[in-house]
Design a protein around this ligand. Structure first.
Ligand code: IVH
Length: 688
């Protein structure tokens, strides 16, 4: 019995699989533009491997066989020891002064207290985390989603700027973060080589750097001239000097590459002068920069300032002015969002702006169109600032030919035909079709499965729309019954246009994987107006479990009113959010949707953020004019330690922290027998 390919059908299938894997590899590694999910890709590889097990001769030259030592497939995932953060943005000197004022307010610094900064160019590359143990490079990881990245250690080892070994007095563990980039000259040369080889060029140096770092074969990365600057650190096993500047200098002393244009600045005027100099000199630099980053120099202040959502409070990216271009307005389309808002979108003759092709721009609302007197066929100036959606900043009305008609904004929904009304004082016109408007329902579904909500892989805009059009999914709960219904369906999903065995199976698997969902994500996914990620988290933490929430909000109008009145005492939750929740839960259809979903899902309780701390799970109220810290700082600290911060005293309050001049809340605390702490008591309790 020969081991050769006995079965021509298997050989043919294997050949198809290999061609598909190769094509996906190219899109993923070379174009940095994958067209299938990791799960779909893995399934292709698994199937090819299964065939090779049966017919080992198929292994010859198969991409499933190790390339450069790595198994076929994607890079291994790795959890960062501390998340890689993003940065808030400033666009004007006023924004920067506002940032500094906010820092001073948060830290309760005097107006004239000097605040120094560490200033460095914002490199337009991609972030990379490096881990050194006993001075030896042991891990290189991409940013990924900030929490989990991809291991690219072998590729990192080919970057000349990155030392394999650090010198001097090295700590046991040192993690640094920085930016991988490609110089403009190297980018142009690489694109010339690509063109000669008949391969599509990269759009800009950033894409070229990203595509080069994420190569399965390190030899390819080695042939691409990548460079690196350090801009921060993660876990470090030794005590650091007191400032950013000194810490960076220490990292430089260990042999890590620092950007030579980085400077310390004594105040905001010095910061802005550095910005102006970098903006002027930008074109002459060997590499692209897209702004300047300012970091509060003192590390103890950085520590106190902490994080706001995903970006630190102690740093800001001051972006350079947006790039502009002139093009023609071809049409104005109206999109209907999940709340029924009619949003005009400009369709443009495609034009390149700062390395990307722009064909659409936001027009905000109907007043904006009227104010600009925008007419179809006009030449317009568009601008793109960073990752912000392109905008139309001016109309070249003097270049207009003839007198095209003024644009009339529709007063009916272009999707369902219901009246589109604009309420007093509102800038937005909304479709009144509500749950009868397909656009709103489809948009709600899209939101429901989106990344920050249920995050169902393989359910993008196109797929949601198709499932809707085929009548397979009318509401969110239908998503979780899809697989069961499909088993007995006359026309199962795998036989439908655009689907196959693999993609259908993968979708069902991806849906299954999301049957467990944290309460905050669940709430966010419902798409309640004004309930974004942050508010969803506050509401989830307040109720503590889905059971408690449903008991309060789904039972009777009375329980709901009482619960919402109490919710309003949560710091950060205002009357608008409470009103939106009331409107949502007052609607029987919505209550049914929530109850249906709960039947199909396991909704996880929010984690208390820190269970070890003495204030974990406690409800705390700060009152009076605090002197030792600002209210924002106190609140951020308390929440980080797992406490709930409330704005008013009730019998549910555990602690009241009172500064001088505390009035009625103090009296109320006394009346209810709630423990009252001074600011010093509080600091002693939470460890200074
Ligand atoms: S600091 C703690 N400094 O910009 C803040 N980031 O928009 C984390 N970047 O993900 C980064 N140059 O990849 C910092 N000098 C610089 C930077 C820089 C480029 C990137 C970085 C970050 C992104 C945020």
């Amino acid at each position: 019995m020969t081991k050769a390919v006995a079965d021509p059908i298997a050989a043919a299938e294997h050949a198809r699989l290999i061609a598909a894997i190769r094509a996906h590899d190219r899109r993923y590694y070379e174009d940095d533009a994958p067209s299938v999910s990791d799960a779909e890709y893995d399934a292709l590889v698994a199937r090819a491997e299964a065939l090779e097990k049966l017919f080992p001769a198929l292994r010859d030259g198969s991409p499933t066989q190790a390339v450069g030592g790595a198994p076929a497939g994607r890079f291994a995932k790795v959890r960062h020891s501390r998340p890689l953060l993003s940065l808030e943005k400033a666009f004007t000197p006023e924004d920067v002064r506002g940032f500094v004022a906010e820092v001073k307010r948060f830290l309760r610094l005097a107006e004239d207290e000097p605040v120094a900064f560490y200033v460095e160019p914002k490199i337009d590359g991609l972030s990379l985390a490096l881990r050194y143990q006993e001075g030896r490079l042991v891990l290189g990881a991409t940013r990924g989603d900030g929490t989990v990245g991809e291991t690219v250690t072998a590729n990192v080892a080919t970057i000349a700027d990155i030392p394999q070994h650090l010198g001097g007095d090295v700590p046991a563990v040192l993690e640094v973060r920085g930016e991988v980039y490609m110089t403009k000259a190297d980018f142009l040369a690489l694109n010339r080589r690509q063109a000669e080889a008949g391969i599509a060029p990269f759009a800009n140096p950033r894409n070229a750097a990203a595509g080069s770092l994420r190569q399965l074969d390190p030899a390819v990365t080695a042939a691409r001239p990548l460079r690196f600057f350090v801009h921060g650190w993660g876990e470090v096993s030794t005590a650091l000097p007191p400032t950013q500047g000194e810490t960076m200098a220490w990292l430089g002393g260990l042999g890590l590459p620092l950007n030579p244009l980085s400077r310390c600045a004594a105040d905001v005027d010095a910061v802005l002068a550095l910005f102006a100099a970098l903006e002027t000199g930008r074109a002459d630099l060997a590499y692209d920069i897209d702004g300047v980053v300012y970091k509060i120099d003192r590390l103890d202040w950085q520590e106190r300032l902490g994080l706001r959502h995903k970006a630190p409070r102690w740093a800001i990216a001051h972006k350079f002015a947006a790039e502009r271009a002139i093009t023609r307005l071809e049409a104005i389309d109206i999109q209907v969002g999940r709340t029924g808002a009619l949003t005009p979108v400009a369709r443009l003759e495609p034009v390149g702006v700062g390395g990307v092709v722009v064909a659409n721009a936001t027009l905000h609302n109907e007043d904006e169109i009227a104010r600009k007197d925008l007419r179809i066929g006009d030449l317009v100036v568009i601008q793109r600032a960073g990752d912000v959606i392109p905008q139309i900043v001016a109309v070249l009305a003097d270049r207009r030919q003839g007198d095209p008609p003024r644009y009339v904004f529709p007063d009916h929904c272009p999707v369902c035909g219901a009246a589109a009304l604009r309420e007093e004082g509102e800038v937005v016109r909304r479709c009144t079709g509500g749950l009868t408007c397909d656009a709103q329902l489809v948009e709600r579904l899209r939101h429901f499965v989106s990344r920050a909500a249920f995050d169902i892989e393989g359910l993008g805009e196109k797929q949601v729309r198709a499932l809707w059009d085929w009548g397979l999914v009318h509401g969110p709960a239908d998503i979780f019954t899809l697989a069961a219904r499909d088993k007995t369906a006359a026309e199962p999903l795998r036989q439908r246009d655009g689907w196959g065995d693999l993609s259908a199976a993968n979708l069902f698997q991806a849906i299954e994987a999301r049957r467990r969902v944290p309460l905050a994500r669940f709430l966010f996914a419902l798409g309640i107006r004004h309930v974004g990620e942050r508010n969803a988290q506050l509401v989830a933490r307040h109720f503590g479990s889905f059971a408690a929430l449903s008991e309060a909000l789904l039972a009777t109008p009375e329980t709901r009113a009482a619960a919402l009145a109490e919710l309003q005492t949560v710091d950060g939750i205002g009357p608008i959010v409470v009103e939106a929740l009331e409107q949502f839960f007052a609607e029987p259809h919505n209550r049914r949707t929530v109850a249906d979903l709960a039947e199909l899902l396991t909704i996880e309780d929010p984690e208390a953020r820190a269970t070890e701390s003495p204030v974990a799970g406690k409800t705390v109220v700060f009152t009076g004019s605090l002197e030792r810290f600002t209210r924002d700082e106190a609140k951020a600290r308390a929440e980080a330690l797992g406490a709930k911060v409330s704005g008013s005293v009730s019998k549910k309050t555990d602690l009241v922290v009172a500064g001088p001049g505390a009035g009625s809340k103090l009296a109320q605390a006394a009346a209810l027998g709630v423990t009252v702490l001074s600011e010093d008591d509080w600091l002693a309790l939470v460890g200074g």
